[in-house]
Write a protein that binds this ligand. Structure first.
Ligand SMILES: C[S@@+](CC[C@H](N)C(=O)[O-])C[C@H]1O[C@@H](n2cnc3c(N)ncnc32)[C@H](O)[C@@H]1O
Length: 294
């Protein structure tokens, strides 16, 4: 999922005091809600991977977060074992907790490692590498691509899943403030992110071929913008919009910020926790890179 509240300069959760821990907790909750609410989007992506991957016995999930990808792939490849790698100990702990409760613990190994540093030893060749919305956090994505290439067996597949922006939730007319709030604030945020995370929304094809991969598929998936008034959608919108509000605090107008405050409040008539006019609109871009056999 989309995490724009925290970037590669401070992704090591735990070393930044209580505020960083809170941010990590919010991110973890957001990732779980993303997995739940965008379940059919994610399974379309996993379907595409399964079409191309062949037999998968060992795979790695790079920047696994709470394990949305890890568990979806474990379900899709019943004979596979997973190695989940993340720089944040909160994420790997949560992932291992889910492995316990879902009965997959014997098939999952978690590694806490900063992928901007030396890469961990995966203990043998991999059939599949998966990375969802994590590669744009890497300081040197081209180097990361080469590491993935080396870790895969010849013929192995790299599934690179990316986003170009965060999900949207709000209707144009909110019944409060000037229409078009979400688009306006997103535009402000995206101008900032273009500088901070230059690979967000990048064309990853050339990076893959540069590392030696053949691009086996390139697809864009869009979630059906189904109207939803579920609790989960409200909470997801609250977390994402709070992140947005923090990021545009110095850029948006006072009026827009005041509306964002009302939308993200825990109560009040305009709170997203209460609204019945939210739709979750999201997409994913997927590149499948194959390590050539020869
Ligand atoms: C937006 S989350 C995506 C999580 C998960 N792949 C998903 O799709 O739900 C990005 C994850 O990448 C991790 N990450 C970012 N930079 C990293 C790095 N340099 N090394 C290891 N993990 C990193 C973060 O800790 C976070 O869990």
């Amino acid at each position: 999922m989309a995490d724009h509240t925290h970037h590669h300069h401070h992704h090591h959760g735990g070393d930044g005091g209580p505020e960083a821990a809170e941010r990590e907790a919010a991110l973890a909750e957001m990732l779980d809600l993303d997995a739940e609410l965008l379940h059919s989007l994610h399974s379309e992506v996993v379907d595409l991977v399964a079409e191309h991957a062949g037999r998968v016995r060992r795979f790695v999930d790079l920047g696994s977060g709470t394990g949305a990808g890890t568990f979806a792939l474990l379900a899709r490849f019943p004979e596979a074992e997973a190695i989940a790698v993340d720089g944040s100990p909160q994420m790997t702990e949560r992932l291992l907790g889910t492995a316990e409760t879902s009965g997959t613990a014997s098939r999952v190994r978690a590694i806490e490692a900063d992928l901007d540093e030396a890469w961990p030893d995966f203990g043998g060749e991999l059939d599949l590498a998966w990375s969802a919305t994590a590669m744009h956090h890497m300081a040197q994505p081209a180097r990361a691509m080469r590491e993935v290439f080396e870790a895969l067996r010849p013929g192995g597949l790299f599934a690179l899943v990316e986003i170009d922006s965060q999900p949207r939730f709000l209707p144009e007319e909110l019944g409060i403030g000037r229409p078009g709030l979400e688009d306006r604030c997103r535009a402000l945020l995206e101008a900032q992110l273009a500088v901070e995370l230059p690979y967000l929304g990048a064309d990853w094809g050339p990076l893959l071929t540069g590392a030696g991969f053949e691009v086996a598929a390139e697809r864009r998936f869009t979630a059906e913008p189904t109207p939803t008034d579920s609790k989960a959608a409200g909470r997801y919108a609250q977390l994402v919009l709070r992140g947005l509000r923090d990021r545009v605090a110095g850029l948006a107008t006072a009026d827009d910020l005041a509306v964002l405050d009302q939308l993200t409040a825990d109560d009040g008539p305009h709170s997203v926790l209460r609204r019945d006019d939210l739709t979750v609109r999201a997409e994913r871009q997927v590149w499948l890179g194959r390590r050539p056999v020869e």
